[in-house]
Design a protein around this ligand. Structure first.
Ligand code: PNW
Length: 520
């Protein structure tokens, strides 16, 4: 039986639904999962108006905090940044020869996007990038993770590159560097060229994986003189399961697949990642590092005792069988193949070698606890515990608040695969963010969320878990996929009519935290 059958059909967004198994866990190929599904506060508002400049005194405070061994401090040289993606912020969809992407198409279909909006204008980052880099600087961030739109670079997906395709990114990169902000580029954040969807069915074909490798090599050749950190693919699990999935939640391209097709699509995405890693190595300048940014299924011990902790490690490996585990190990686990049975993907040993190409760092997008896990007396070694309906959430139904995911996910991953360098490539939360009469935004709930999650991150780093940086999602409010402009994740509020950016109180919180390199 497929666990997908247990998904709540009304789930409005992402991995919605209150169950521990809201993600279509059956699709992760876990032999065991089906057996366990059921059984088992404020000041500083004035600073918002005053602007967000860092004073020398604050910089001094940072240095002092570390040298005094402040128990709430992060490691020296910890990287603080923000993250965005091309389709969600750029707009300018017809500029400089950009081809169409599957999101241009999908947003035109009736009733797919909650507010019937699209990314044609988004938050006009294409035009306002200098203003936005200034916002990053106000926060005191020294890193920025953005994505490159494949259809800007190859309007037809393959063939001749658009001569103007990288112009915008070159301008952005230069502006970042001029402001002391290190660029981290993601090659695929879901905006597939429509041409490849039409020609090959997108990721349903190996041809798309090959085209992605070629695109990755081209980009690496042209930007890695300045961009030393490259992520191949953002969140395989999300865009495959929702874009091609058997999950009730849908995203572009909105194709329904059989379980067998889905496993094959997953395999092609993993292969595309591996080909891109190899292409970045082959064409990148010396010193370029490459990895993946994945929203792994985080597995949290129900209680922090040795047997449940061990169960959470085993679960982390098995519940991520379709992507992270095969990327890290170059093989599908026995449980994955056994569970998939006749639906297993068709693959070669050569494919697995490519998929398992060593990476320099691992990016983890961590928003919520995906599974709470307990130790059963069972050969499988873990049981998934259903999440109660009353579990706290942020402003998106899927976004359950479980700060300890920020501790257990990197810890388990580091231990399982001996990972030496981890970045939190996304973390953040939607909040209602209604401006007060004077225009200020007191997003106390986002601050609460951040303080709790960053507390768990600080716990991890203080124990030696090798997390070297954190990218907040997101710099500013933007086009939140099927939720359109109705869900806000930014540290900066955006008035979508005037495009005015206004710091929320959380921007002030983050700025203080960065200035001291310690929890506030
Ligand atoms: C990420 N989940 O998506 C994406 O990388 C961003 O583009 C997006 O705007 C952001 O998170 C906020 O949604 C996610 O179900 C999709 O756990 C689903 C989940 C998490 C993140």
């Amino acid at each position: 039986m497929s666990n997908a059958a247990t998904l709540r059909p009304h789930a409005p967004c992402h991995c919605g639904g209150p169950d521990a198994i809201s993600r279509p866990v059956a699709d992760t190929g876990v032999a065991v999962s089906h057996r366990f599904t059921r059984r088992h506060l404020v000041g500083g508002a004035g600073a918002l108006a005053a602007g967000l400049a860092i004073s020398p005194a604050e910089a001094q405070q940072s240095a002092t905090a570390q040298s005094n061994g402040n128990a709430r401090a992060f490691p020296k040289d910890f990287v603080w940044g923000t993250a965005t993606s091309s389709y969600q912020i750029e707009g300018a969809v017809d500029v400089d020869g950009r081809g169409r992407s599957i999101w241009d198409t999908y947003t035109r279909l009736p009733d797919k996007i909650r507010d019937r909006s699209n990314g044609d204008r988004a938050v006009e980052h294409f035009q306002r990038y200098k203003e936005d880099v200034a916002l990053m600087k106000e926060l005191g961030t020294t890193a920025y993770r953005f994505s490159i739109a494949w259809p800007r670079v190859f309007p037809d997906g393959t063939g001749a590159p658009n001569p103007k395709g990288l112009d915008f990114y070159n301008r952005l990169i230069d502006e970042l560097l001029a402001n002391g902000i290190t660029p981290y580029a993601t090659l695929y954040h879901w905006d597939m060229p429509q041409a490849l969807q039409d020609r090959f069915g997108g990721w349903a074909s190996r041809e798309t994986a090959k085209a992605f490798g070629d695109y990755a090599g081209h980009v690496a050749k042209h930007i890695t003189d300045r961009v030393k950190n490259v992520f191949t693919i953002n969140e395989c699990a999300t865009f495959v399961d929702f874009g091609y999935g058997i999950a009730p939640i849908e995203m572009a391209p909105g194709i329904k697949s059989t379980q067998k097709e889905l496993n094959q699509i997953r395999h092609h995405v993993a292969l595309g990642h591996g080909l891109a890693v190899q292409a970045v190595r082959a064409h990148g300048h010396a010193g370029t590092e490459v990895g993946v940014a994945e929203n792994l299924a985080s597995c949290i011990p129900v209680i922090e005792t040795p047997e449940h902790i061990r169960a959470s490690e085993i679960a982390t490996r098995e519940m991520n069988g379709g992507y992270l585990t095969v990327i890290m190990e170059g093989r599908y686990t026995d449980a994955f193949l056994a569970y998939a049975g006749a639906n297993a993907p068709v693959f070669t040993d050569e494919d697995l070698k490519i998929i398992g190409s060593p990476i320099d760092f691992l990016g983890l997008n961590i928003y919520m606890p995906q599974h709470y896990v307990a130790a059963p007396a069972d050969a499988a070694g873990f049981a998934l515990v259903p999440t109660p309906a009353s579990f706290p959430r942020m402003d998106s139904d899927w976004l359950r608040v479980g700060p300890e995911a920020m501790y257990w996910a990197p810890r388990n991953v580091a231990k399982l695969w001996n990972v030496k360098k981890i970045f939190i490539t996304e973390n953040g939360a939607s909040a209602a963010d209604k401006p007060a009469p004077d225009g200020r935004i007191f997003d106390l709930d986002r601050i609460m969320y951040l303080r709790a999650y960053l507390g768990q991150l600080q716990r991890a780093t203080s124990e030696g878990v090798p997390v070297q940086g954190y990218f907040h999602w997101s710099l500013m409010d933007n086009f939140e996929w099927i939720d359109g402009y109705e869900k806000r994740f930014g540290l900066f509020h955006v008035d979508f009519n005037t495009q005015k950016r206004t710091p929320k109180l959380s921007a002030e919180f983050y700025r203080k935290l960065i200035a001291g390199n310690a929890l506030v």
